[in-house]
Design a protein around this ligand. Structure first.
Ligand code: ZN
Length: 166
């Protein structure tokens, strides 16, 4: 993804409440390898449930505040992240929901999907046994992840528009 500045980051969230924006933890942007990110995802160090996802939709930066479902899945089974399609132990995949909230308040609805627990799909698709990590394979996983994460953000934005208009 293209590089993002802190100013852009603070202005891009489409479903954050003013309070969430006030308390937004900024991730280490200088250490980020942008060429190896399909979206920027991070968890809130001060909240066990909050997470943030930021991505480009064309020229527009879109940020989503997401909440992890409490509890998580049963340990011992395998689960698949709906964005990067990596299969992992179930404890490393969580249901995250983007609330349909805006400056005017919370509509009470949300849109959710299963995502890697630390919102680091871009890292996950680039790690693994060396024989599975050739350049073509990473490129095709990256393309799949990029398509699914932009689709998810578009779905949230569409629902948000409908919820706030209606
Ligand atoms: Zn993932």
């Amino acid at each position: 993804m293209r590089e993002v500045t802190e100013t852009e980051l603070r202005a891009c969230f489409v479903n954050a409440t003013p309070r969430e924006l006030d308390q937004l933890p900024i991730p280490g942007l200088h250490e980020t390898i942008w060429a190896e990110r399909e979206y920027l995802g991070w968890r809130d160090p001060h909240s066990s449930r909050l997470g943030y996802m930021v991505l480009w939709q064309g020229d527009r930066l879109v940020g989503l505040v997401v909440r992890a479902a409490p509890g998580g899945m049963r340990p011992g089974i395998a689960a698949m992240c709906a964005l990067c399609h990596s299969t992992q132990p179930a404890t490393q995949v969580r249901m995250f929901s983007a609330r349909l909230a805006g400056p005017g308040g919370d509509t009470g609805s949300s849109i959710g999907t299963y995502i890697c627990e630390d919102l680091s799909c871009s890292h996950i698709i680039r790690t693994g046994p060396p024989h599975l990590l050739n350049r073509d394979r990473i490129a095709s996983r990256a393309e799949g992840l990029h398509g699914r994460v932009t689709g998810f953000a578009a779905r949230v934005e569409r629902a948000l528009r409908e919820a706030l208009d209606g």
